[in-house]
Design a protein around this ligand. Structure first.
Ligand SMILES: [Zn+2]
Length: 513
């Protein structure tokens, strides 16, 4: 009973408490609602309110202007609605090379958008967006890039820079470019691509191949050189691991600028420390002979490395490049002053003789007439200098500039009695031929069976040019006239090669007897 009494008393005392809380909440709600109502009532009394509806691109909002003070407040922002487009309509029909264009219109505001309809190209394409105004050899311009690299099944958009590249080619109507790819618009983060079997790179050459309408010479010869390196029994270990034995590599690519076909180029690896896998801090160096026929270029004088000197240290792994310059001039000095017996015996202390023999054979076989006093690349991994073939745009009998042609029988070594003449005017090649004539003939005979077989060489040329549809070549000729037509260029190469090898056979195969 007592317990029941207690319970009753608790129930009796509990009920009023709930009631009081309920009343308090009710009062608060009513007061709040009244306050809000009176506030809005105040606002409408104190402000003039202008409601701005959202459009496709602009937010909507309410504009409160205080009646007394004129103070303006923006409230009740509503997000822009976005365009409501009609379907795309084709407004300009493209063709196999040029883009068509489509348009779509917003049914609300009439805003128009156009887009390019790219043709399905069988070769890779790079579309660049931006202006070339102000571009130079040292002046980069910023671009955005869209890459559709068929060879590597890569499709991507990124930021890019473009600048001119080259020496003599800078005077041509169609110029080479250096293309660098980035992930950010400030060009701080390199966008390195893993293309083909090449090392990861964000920097490529877009080679115009102005003097070579077929566009095949440089890359076909680079592949021939790579095969010659691969077939060399004593290849330096540093070259074994390179993607193309230090030769450049690349593939044809159609370039579009702001959705207009800009030309047929080849996208090539850049000749730099990466191509030769050289390491910063190591005694690694690349020496290059730029255009020039002064005695230095042909080893008739030591390299001065001045502004007018043809020789340039293209790369040096160490801050101080004195060792590379000294080492290089030791080679020239040795070639200039050693007697024949010493030359034969000790040349390998300065130069990779096997590479030099291959280099000279390549000059003859590929008809690299312009390489006698320029474009020689020598690399050094802290030991001897290793010749490497580069820039073969004028191979197969093209004269500088691309307008004139050499007959296959022009630029051949000769043998008078027991003495050889390299017909290069280059002291190193003259002396190499005079002192290693038998080795050169023997090596030629080996290379001649396969790599330098004329049909094999011609097949490489047609395999390259057949990748590029004739409509692209034709459009290229329309936009960027070359000294020759594509058809003339290809026919001339296919005619030159058998004539060239036949002429060399008479000299080097005969030399064995
Ligand atoms: Zn709209």
């Amino acid at each position: 009973m007592i317990l029941l009494d207690m319970s009753d008393r608790q129930i009796i005392s509990w009920k009023p408490a709930v009631f009081r809380i309920f009343c308090a909440v009710l009062i608060l709600c009513v007061t709040g609602a009244w306050l809000l109502w009176s506030r809005d009532d105040d606002l409408t009394e104190q402000y003039s309110i202008q409601i701005v509806e959202p459009t496709c691109t602009e937010n909507g909002y309410s504009l409160y202007t205080h009646i007394e003070t004129g103070e303006v407040t923006v409230r009740d922002v509503v997000a822009a609605k976005g365009h409501t487009f009609d379907p795309w309509v084709l407004i300009a029909v493209g063709d196999e090379v040029n883009c068509g264009f489509s348009k779509r219109v917003c049914e609300v505001c009439g805003h128009e958008e156009t887009r390019a309809e790219y043709p399905n190209l069988p070769i890779s394409r790079i579309s660049l967006y931006g202006s070339l105004d102000g571009i130079g050899k040292k002046a980069e311009v910023s671009m955005t890039a869209c890459l559709e690299l068929a060879e590597d099944d890569i499709s991507l958009e990124c930021y890019a820079t473009l600048k001119y590249q080259g020496h003599i080619s800078l005077s041509y109507n169609k110029k080479n470019f250096t293309l660098k790819l980035y992930n950010d618009k400030d060009h701080q983060k390199k966008n390195k691509l893993k293309l083909s079997h090449w090392n990861e790179e964000n920097k490529y050459i877009l080679k115009a191949n102005y003097v070579d309408a077929s566009q095949c010479r440089n890359l076909v010869c680079a592949d021939v050189w790579a095969d010659m390196c691969a077939a060399r029994p004593l290849l330096p270990k540093e070259l074994h691991t390179l993607s193309n034995y230090g030769a450049v590599d690349g593939y044809p690519v159609a370039i579009y600028l702001n959705d207009r076909f800009y030309g047929l180029f080849t996208m090539n690896l850049h000749k730099d420390d990466d191509l030769f896998a050289m390491k910063e801090g190591a005694q690694h160096a690349i020496m290059i002979c730029n255009h020039g026929s002064m005695p230095e270029a042909t080893f008739h004088a030591e390299a001065e490395f001045t502004e007018n000197s043809p020789w340039e240290v293209e790369y040096c792994g160490t801050k101080d490049d004195a060792w590379a310059k000294d080492s290089f001039n030791e080679l020239i000095r040795f070639v200039r002053i050693s007697d024949d017996a010493t030359f034969r015996k000790e040349l390998s202390a300065y130069l990779d003789v096997d590479a030099a023999i291959d280099y000279l054979i390549a000059l003859y076989a590929l008809g690299l007439t312009n390489h006698t006093d320029q474009d020689l690349v020598l690399v050094n991994y802290g030991d001897v200098w290793i010749p490497s073939l580069y820039d073969m745009e004028t191979a197969f009998g093209l004269a500088e500039g691309g307008s004139d042609l050499h007959d296959p029988t022009v630029f051949l070594p000769t043998r008078d009695g027991d003495g050889w003449n390299s017909d290069t005017g280059h002291l190193l090649w003259d002396r190499l031929l005079q002192n290693f004539g038998d080795e050169i003939c023997a090596r030629y005979q080996i290379l001649r069976t396969q790599i330098l077989d004329p049909q094999t060489l011609c097949n490489r040329v047609t395999a390259f040019t057949d990748r590029i549809p004739s409509v692209i070549y034709e459009e290229e000729e329309e936009i960027n006239p070359h000294p020759q037509s594509y058809g003339e260029s290809k026919a001339q190469i296919l005619n030159y090669i058998p004539g060239r090898i036949e002429a060399l056979d008479k000299i080097f195969l005969k030399g064995l007897n």
